[in-house]
Structures are given as C-alpha cells and as structure tokens.
Design a protein around this ligand. Structure first.
Ligand code: NAP
Length: 312
C-alpha cells in the first residue's frame, strides 16, 4: 500500500548542485522540492564574474547564473521552500524531512549542502571579503593582474592556488604558520622553483587592514615574536574547507576531512540518499562540476524511485 508522499525527491541546498539536480529531477517528471534556508544560489552568488562556466563568453555574475538556474528549475515545477532542515530520517522507503515548521514524507533525498571555506577568524577578514579578501583564486585571480597578493595556508590548495595566481600577479606571497609546507613534494617543488613566489614562514595573519579595499596585513612571526606589516592588493585564504555534512554525518561514509563518499551514481551507502556538489569528496569544486553532480544525482534518484515504485 502506498504511503502518502509529499515529494518524490527532496533536494537539500539551493546552490548550483541542488538547482541542477532540480532541473533534471523536475524535468524528468519527479515531484521536486528544494529546501534552502538562506538565499538560493549558494557560495557562487558572492562571485562577481564567472569566466569559466561553459556557454557564457560574456561574463555572468554568480548571482545571475544561480538565478537563471532557479528559474529553469521552477519552470519545470520545482517548489522552493525557504525552510531550515532540523533532521532527516533516512529509512529505506520512508524518508522524513523535518524542518523548523513542517514535516515532509519523501521518496529520495539529494544532499547538496555545500561547504564553507574555513575562515581565519581575524579582524578585518569579514570586512574586506569581496574587497581584497577572497577564498577562490579560480574565481578572482584574474582581477589581480600585475598586483601583489598573498595566499594563506601551506596545504595542496594554498600552494597550487599560489602557483595559479602567478599567471596574473607580479608577486605572490605564501604565508604559512609553520616552517614546512604540508603540500605534496611535487607541488612544493613547483612553488620553490617559481620566481614570483616568496614564502613567509612561521607566520600568521593577525589583522587585515585598509580603507575601502585591503591595503595590508599585520603578520606575527611565531618564532621571532615579531610583528610586521605586508602591503598587499589581495589575499586568498586557503586554510581548508568545512563540508556542511551535519544532517548525515553519522550515517554515511566520509573521507578524513568529512566530505561525503559517493559512488559513480552520486549514491551514498543509504539507498535513495544521494549527495552532490561541494559536500562530496572530489578533486574540483566548481559550478560546472556541482551541476554535473546534481544532474547525475537526480538521474540516479529518478531511476531508484522508479525501480522501487511498487514498494512506497
Ligand atoms: P589542508 O590540507 O587541510 O591544508 C590546510 C592548510 O592551512 C595547512 O597548511 C594548515 O597548516 C593551514 N591552516 C589551517 N588552519 C589555519 C589557520 N587557522 N591559520 C593559518 N593556517 C591554517 O587543506 P587543503 O589544502 O584545502 O586540502 C584539502 C585536501 O584536498 C587535502 O587532502 C589535499 O591533499 C587535497 N587537495 C589535493 C590537491 C591535489 O592533489 N592536486 C589539490 C588541492 C587539495 P598546517 O600545515 O600547519 O596544519
């Protein structure tokens, strides 16, 4: 006997992964809902110019891309609910999404909750975000042609992005809190051999300073205890990212950083639970890969609900 189902698929998170999933799911005939507690669009809405999303040779803002995805998802019948999810019950054929105000029975769930860059948590960081402080060299690097920038962090991301930034910037500092990089040897070596890169060892950023735009950072050398100032046009923070996995972290497999492990269908180990976008373990976190994950997850959710249609 069929239970009363409110939706065929509940998509948690309204960034590019969730919106692309909704386009595919709703177009495929599934009764589709997106839950987004904040504004639809996710992290990409903070990027002024997206130069690398295929199909738009004139730059689009992140906000505009997300808005077009939203309209496309709604055109196919997606409902968007601005409700905060409290919990998800993920029994095989009886999934229950509980928000602050309602409960919904759904057949399948796509988790597209994204990730947030880890912040330094220092004075001036929030004030200058978008005005010299960035968490995405791929997005903003080209704005710093012939300028002086710094990258904070010593992992693969920080060092790789520092190398990427040398395509544009005339000088790239890497500010690292220890006296050796965490990045793998090959990446380290490339940085050491790059004339534009200078590493500032044993140092942490204490404060970001400027007028309307960033002008300098205050540094503290942990070994010498010296405080100094470094003039900069931009600073890129790469001290790790934090996946928004809270809703499912106790029931799915995660990598050591907390990103969700999925198979090639974007499936998790829970039947009918899929994950897509930045919350997933993957090598490239971009709008195009989020959209790709979302499409795959929706396709898989549709296939799974169809295969189990007599059991709901
Ligand atoms: P990560 O490996 O966790 O490195 C974070 C870096 O930030 C570390 O150097 C850490 O310093 C530093 N850090 C953390 N908190 C800090 C703070 N509050 N202030 C100053 N520095 C701080 O993160 P990731 O580089 O983003 O890489 C994440 C994962 O993706 C890793 O497994 C990495 O190997 C992988 N990845 C791989 C590739 C590739 O293979 N091409 C590219 C990118 C990322 P300490 O070293 O002192 O801890």
């Amino acid at each position: 006997m069929e239970n009363k189902m409110d939706f065929d698929v509940a998509i948690i998170g309204g960034g590019p992964a969730g919106l692309a999933a909704a386009v595919y799911a709703a177009r495929g005939g599934m009764k589709t809902v997106i839950f987004e507690k904040a504004l639809v669009g996710g992290q990409i809405t903070t990027t002024a110019d997206v130069e690398n999303y295929p199909g738009f040779e004139d730059n689009m803002s992140g906000f505009d891309i997300a808005d077009k995805m939203r309209m496309q998802a709604e055109k196919f019948g997606t409902e968007i609910k601005q409700e905060n999810i409290k919990s998800i019950k993920l029994d095989h054929l009886n999934k229950l999404v509980e928000t602050d105000s309602n409960k919904y029975n759904v057949k399948s769930v796509i988790l597209a909750t994204g990730a947030n860059p880890r912040k330094l948590g220092v004075q001036g960081e929030a004030k200058y975000t978008g005005r010299g402080v960035s968490y995405c060299a791929t997005c903003d690097g080209a704005l710093y042609r012939d300028k002086t920038v710094a990258v904070v962090g010593g992992g693969d991301s920080a060092v790789e992005e520092a190398i990427f930034l040398t395509k544009f910037a005339k000088k790239v500092y890497i500010i690292h809190r220890r006296d050796e990089l965490r990045a793998v040897k090959l990446i380290r070596q490339r940085a050491f051999e790059n004339d534009k890169i200078e590493i500032i060892w044993d140092s942490i950023v204490k404060e970001v300073k400027g007028g309307d735009f960033i002008e300098k950072v205050e540094l503290y050398n942990k070994k010498t205890k010296e405080i100094s100032e470094l003039e900069l046009d931009g600073i890129f923070i790469y001290v790790g990212i934090i996946p928004n996995n809270e809703l499912v972290k106790s029931v799915v497999d995660l990598d050591e950083q907390g990103f969700i492990l999925t198979d090639e269908t974007m499936g998790t180990k829970i039947p009918g639970l899929y994950a897509a976008g930045d919350v997933v373990h993957k090598v490239l976190r971009q709008v195009v890969t989020a959209a790709s994950d979302g499409a795959t997850a929706a396709f898989s959710a549709e296939k799974w609900t169809e295969e189990n249609k007599d059991k709901f």
